[in-house]
Ligand binder design. Structure first.
Ligand SMILES: Nc1ncnc2c1ncn2[C@@H]1O[C@H](COP(=O)(O)OP(=O)(O)OP(=O)(O)O)[C@@H](O)[C@H]1O
Length: 897
């Protein structure tokens, strides 16, 4: 045993241990023949995650070595699962021919090295990626220390397409800016990663957020590193970047180097996102509005999946990106609207284009795989087909087009025709996935390849032809060409005919090799050559094909920029036609978007709830108007707030969200589910739902609501749209009511934003009397024979009660419990009557505090006093009238106390 323990590891194990030590945070895929093997803890982890068998191989320090393996051919499938579970994988390949290793001695091990780290943000394989979802790798840089004044920047790329963007941020906007990109992986400098203030933000991304050495983010060398990557002397041509942006960009590039090793991804030039050009939507709002996934994390049932009518992967990704980051510039929004509008108006063109785009391969991702050396013949075929579709679309395009479409068509017309010609002439119509076995070059494309193939495939015919020729030349009719392992190909004739093969001068091209009892065998130099050629034909054919492959890949690389623009153009066309298709099918209308503070929606609908009703009960969706435009009488010109009361299940949440979604849809340039809409651009969107316990972050419901409400009050400006759904319901009544009040008053008085507020606290409706831009609205219900009927109609006014008990009955609460609830409610309502209830509004400590901060309008009695004062005209009063006025004023003052 002792001897065993001290035994040195085998050379192979020693190599494994060394490579594993250099990649401690990755599962190591160690290449052995046709398998990637995992050892020790990696094996146990892979076996658990992948459900593969755990076996043993040899011993290390006297213990069995656990081992698990996956076949190389199906590695992608396993990689996908491991990445989904948050693992990183180091792929370790044999980097020399085993024959070389053998030359060094019988016991030497084949050299191996990690050729690539597979991480969630750096995957490029089709099998590992969702076709319609961008896959972003992000670097987060911070300069200027940990204080509030620190500068932040984000750099991100979708390696599968080569996009590269940058944005500057600050501590308040950071979470929102990150959420707009939906990164699959975020790299952060170690000290920043461990900074407590950023922990809650990064925790949201779990294992996808990773600490990396500070050196990657070094600001001093950043510019030089970015220049080196792009092979330029200065970045002046790319536009100006701030120091912190450069630090983020350099970190991103360094991390790509670390994970991609020798492969150099073809990134586009960094493009700066101008702060303020996008609607800011924080993570909580995104989650609550279910923009790209539902609360439970599914795509199905999100706004994106409901509106997505695109027919290509690139189109789906562009739509997802647009939905994640709506615009704020009315002119830019109108430009996109014009593209959609053009296809709404022109059905034949829309359908023709959609038919042309349907089934098109993913050119963007194919291009990127080729640039990383991971593309096969199918990636080349994808480029060929993309080019073909691009030319066809450009040729059929209208001459009168809105700007965005005209640019797209121009990009398609500029696609390289020579590359298309080379690809179509060289590649076969159907090509295999991998290049290793050849078979992707078209017959007739390369004469030398045709010859090699002919030789390989038609060797019999070639031999027969040669046999015929020899027979004719020698006059020996039964001359045969045969083959065996000793002589290879040889000519055989009967003994009697052998003379005919010998030349008159003794010189002959038939060389005698063997004499048998009744036959003689000869070889010729031609036969010898044929022998080598046939044996080498397969190798030769493959070599020629691989050479052609490399030539085509190089040609694609040279045209990369034009190809990328073409792919983007096709995506723009896909999104524009898809949104037009949606608008026509669902009867959506183009909203009028400008830079006013208007928010008028007529006949608005919730696209997801409507679709669910259609697919389910078939009940029609009841459309509703919403008007948050500055009220005509409003002196300050700010937008309005609606306070919405109504029974549970009455449709409050649906109404609130549909208006937020209409704003989002309008600002991505889409039509909206309404009969008419006029929207002044929203710069920030907030949506909060009360009582969402956030156990993940270890905070109580009350705390979460306070923190989130505070965030809105601190950040919302007059252009914001705020949706508050039953804020305060998650805590004891008075506390909850306090929060609700504490939110609404400042929204009206300080933030001046447009807002929709749903609540069960009916006490709040009294505020409408004092807040000039606030309106009460309610969900209509009908009571019929003790049952409640929801009409889902929003009307002006206040709900008379909550109908909670009726709803509970509908939900199947036992009859006895319902009866008891009715009694308790009656008791409570009796007890709550009188002064206590009316005084409540002003007695709340939190409310009083807010009231001091904001300029609270006087209560009703004070209003009367003021009115009376205002009505006085001292110059026209007689002394007696003046005395009378003084008396009545003091009486009014007393009444107000
Ligand atoms: N405008 C509408 N037309 C048709 N059905 C609707 C409409 N609005 C809501 N509904 C239906 O009513 C259900 C409940 O709506 P919603 O969740 O918006 O009610 P709520 O008033 O917010 O309820 P709660 O107070 O319990 O949260 C929805 O799932 C939908 O099926």
């Amino acid at each position: 045993m002792t001897a065993d323990k001290d035994a040195a590891p085998t050379p192979m194990m020693a190599q494994y241990i060394e490579i594993k030590a250099a990649n401690p945070d990755c599962l190591l895929f160690y290449r052995m023949g046709d398998f990637y093997e995992l050892f020790f803890d990696d094996a146990a982890e892979a076996s658990r995650t992948l459900g593969i068998t755990l076996t043993k191989r040899g011993k290390h320090l006297g213990e069995d070595i656990p081992m698990a393996g996956v076949p190389v051919v199906s590695a992608d499938e396993y990689l996908q699962k491991l990445i989904a579970f948050g693992h990183r994988v180091a792929v370790c390949e044999q980097v020399e021919d085993p024959a070389e290793a053998r030359k060094r001695g019988a016991k030497s091990v084949v050299k191996r090295d990690v050729v690539r780290l597979v991480t969630p943000g750096t995957i490029t394989e089709e099998a590992l990626l969702e076709p319609g979802r961008p896959n972003h790798l992000m670097a987060l840089a911070r300069l200027g220390g940990a204080g509030r004044n620190a500068a932040f920047a984000l750099a991100w790329t979708d390696l599968s397409t080569g996009s590269f963007r940058l944005v500057e941020s600050d501590i308040d906007r950071l979470a929102t800016d990150i959420a707009a990109v939906e990164p699959s992986e975020i790299v952060v400098a170690e000290p920043v990663f461990h900074d407590e203030t950023l922990q809650p933000l990064l925790r949201r991304y779990g294992r996808a957020a990773r600490p990396e050495p500070q050196a990657l983010f070094d600001g001093a060398t950043a510019e030089e590193r970015v220049c080196r990557f792009f092979g330029v002397a200065t970045l002046a041509g790319f536009g100006g970047f701030s120091r912190v942006e450069l630090a983020a960009a350099a970190a991103l590039i360094a991390y790509l180097g670390k994970t991609q090793m020798a492969a150099r991804p073809a990134l586009q030039r960094p493009e700066r996102v101008v702060a303020g050009s996008l609607m800011q939507i924080d993570p909580a709002t995104r989650a609550s509005l279910e923009l790209t996934r539902t609360m439970s994390g599914k795509r199905q049932g999100s706004l994106l999946s409901t509106i997505d009518r695109t027919v290509t992967g690139a189109g789906a990704r562009l739509l997802a990106g647009r939905l994640a980051a709506p615009l704020t510039d009315p002119a830019a929004i109108r430009a996109r609207q014009a593209s959609v509008g053009a296809f709404v108006a022109d059905m034949p063109n829309r359908q023709r284009l959609r038919a042309a785009l349907t089934g098109l391969p993913d050119t963007e991702r194919a291009l990127s795989r080729l640039s990383l050396g991971r593309g096969g013949p199918r990636a080349l075929a994808a480029i060929r087909d993309g080019l073909e579709a691009g030319f066809a679309v450009a040729a059929a395009a209208d001459t009168e087009l809105p700007d965005e479409l005209r640019d797209a068509v121009a990009a398609l017309a500029a696609l390289p025709r020579s590359l298309h010609q080379a690809l179509s002439e060289t590649l076969a119509d159907q090509v295999p996935l991998i290049k290793r076995d050849g078979g992707f070059v078209r017959d007739g494309a390369i004469p030398a390849l045709d010859a090699a193939r002919a030789l390989r495939e038609n060797s019999r015919r070639v031999i027969a032809e040669l046999q015929g020729r020899y027979a004719a030349e020698t006059g020996v009719r039964n001359l045969r060409i045969k083959h065996n392992n000793v002589l290879g190909y040889f000519v055989e004739v009967g003994e009697a005919q052998a003379k005919a093969l010998a030349g008159e001068d003794g010189e002959t091209r038939f060389i005698h090799r063997q004499t048998l009892a009744s036959a003689m065998r000869f070889t010729t130099s031609e036969l010898g050559e044929l022998e080598t050629r046939i044996a080498g034909a397969a190798t030769e054919a493959l070599r020629i094909e691989l050479e052609a492959f490399e030539r085509l890949v190089a040609a694609v690389g040279e045209a990369a920029e034009a190809l990328r623009r073409g792919a983007e153009a096709l995506a723009v066309l896909d999104v524009s036609t898809a949104l037009a298709e949606l608008a026509v099918a669902e009867e959506w209308t183009p909203p009028h978007v400008d830079d006013s503070l208007a928010f008028t929606v007529e006949g608005g609908r919730h696209p997801v709830v409507e679709a669910a009703l259609k697919a389910g009960s078939g009940e029609p969706f009841v459309s509703n108007d919403c008007d948050l435009s500055p009220p005509g009488a409003s002196r300050d010109g700010f937008g309005a707030i609606w306070l919405l009361t109504g029974p549970n299940m009455g449709g409050k949440s649906t109404f609130l969200r549909q208006n937020a979604l209409i704003a989002v849809l309008a600002q991505i340039g889409s039509c909206v589910p309404a009969t008419r809409a006029h929207l002044g651009v929203v710069d920030r969107l907030f949506s909060r739902v009360g009582a969402s316990d956030d156990h993940a972050e270890g905070r109580s419901t009350f705390m979460v609501e306070m923190v989130e409400t505070a965030a809105i009050l601190n950040q919302a400006g007059e252009r914001a749209l705020v949706i508050l759904d039953e804020i305060g319901r998650g805590t004891a009544t008075y506390d909850g009511l306090s929060i609700a009040f504490a939110a609404v008053e400042p929204l009206h008085e300080v933030n001046h934003c447009r807002a929709l507020f749903a609540t069960h606290f009916h006490e709040m409706t009294a505020l409408a009397a004092r807040l000039t831009r606030m309106r009460n609205a309610t969900m209509r219900v009908k009571e019929w024979e003790g049952e409640v009927v929801f009409l889902h109609e929003v009307t002006a006014g206040v709900a008379d009660r909550s109908y909670g008990i009726q709803v509970a009955k509908l939900a199947g609460l036992p009859a006895k419990a319902v009866e008891r609830a009715r009694q308790v409610l009656a008791e409570l309502e009796r007890g709550e009557q009188g002064e206590k209830r009316t005084a409540f509004v002003d007695d709340l400590p939190l409310f009083s505090a807010v009231a001091q901060r904001v300029e609270t309008p006087a209560p009703e009695a004070h209003d009367k006093l003021r009115d009376a004062l205002a009505a006085l005209d001292p110059d026209s009063l007689s002394p007696r009238e003046a005395l009378e006025a003084l008396y009545s004023l003091t009486a009014l003052l007393r009444a107000s106390r």
